[in-house]
Design a protein around this ligand. Structure first.
Ligand code: HEM
Length: 251
């Protein structure tokens, strides 16, 4: 085998090589999440904004753009999961002394649950793709934009989709688990890249926390505001519904 091939295998076989792959793919997935959340928030600008954005995604580069992005995303996602499982297994084997209660106590709950929250996110992505991309519900699949019946009504689909209490529950649980995963994952990325020192530790902690809270609020604001009737299919945010909801919470 030629030397770049051998170096690649050596990199893959090393523990630090795999950790770097987990960190790098994790970072790419985090960027996707920030982009996806920002795109989703266009729902608050109304039907035309989010439907126009979805139409742009589906037609960019003559339709190839979305497929290229999907291929990159899928490869990144699979690589992240497979490598993370291998690193976890290697860590378990390398740990010659079994966990002692005192040691486990120092590791946060989100750190201990990384592999489980990760697998739950993978299951959620499958459900989410069936829900909004493949659209197994014929009612959601058939929705057409009343402003332009040629294009799919993503706005109406998202609102109708979250009026289902089971869907609402799944998204709340899954996005909360995703945020638990990220709260540890973001700090781990800095650690792997050697940027986490005593001096930077606090800043990294707060940066991770801020990004996690931003994603939790950004993603869940949509289903939660649909559930309380503030975001509805009238084409705009219903602020009178928001104030009556706030009044009922206050009283
Ligand atoms: C409440 C939160 C979310 C909403 C409202 C939402 C909305 C959507 C919509 C409408 C689509 C389909 C776009 C289209 O085909 O036109 C989509 C696709 C997708 N979403 Fe989400 N999403 C949410 C959360 C998430 C989360 C947390 C993840 C990842 C963990 C995620 C990953 C994806 C992926 C991978 C696609 C497929 C993109 C494609 O191949 O077309 N979404 N989302």
């Amino acid at each position: 085998m030629n030397s770049p091939g051998r170096s690649l295998i050596r990199f893959w076989n090393s523990s630090i090589g795999k950790k770097l792959i987990v960190a790098l793919t994790g970072l790419i997935l985090l960027l996707f999440l920030l982009g996806h959340m920002t795109g989703n928030l266009l729902v608050f600008q109304g039907r035309d904004s989010i439907n126009g954005y979805a139409e742009f995604l589906h037609t960019m580069l003559h339709g190839w753009g979305l497929w290229i992005a999907r291929a990159v995303l899928l490869a990144t996602f699979v690589l992240h999961i497979v490598t993370a499982i291998l690193v976890t297994r290697e860590n378990r084997v390398a740990r010659d002394v079994p966990y002692v209660i005192n040691r486990t106590k120092q590791v946060s709950l989100s750190a201990q649950m990384m592999i489980w929250t990760g697998l739950a996110i993978a299951a959620f992505v499958v459900i989410h793709l069936l829900h909004f991309t493949i659209r197994i519900d014929p009612e959601l699949a058939a929705m057409k934009d009343p402003l332009d019946p040629e294009r799919h009504d993503v706005y109406g689909m998202v609102i109708k989709g979250f009026q289902n209490p089971m869907a609402l529950l799944i998204y709340i649980v899954a996005i909360t688990l995703l945020c638990s995963h990220l709260s540890h994952g973001i700090a781990s990325v800095f650690q792997t890249f050697g940027l986490r020192t005593r001096k930077t530790d606090r800043t990294i902690h707060y940066l991770g926390l801020a990004l996690t809270i931003l994603l939790w609020i950004g993603f869940l604001s949509i289903p939660l505001l649909v559930a309380i009737g503030v975001l509805h299919d009238g084409g705009a945010v219903n602020t009178s519904s928001l104030s009556s909801w706030l009044n009922s919470v206050a009283s």
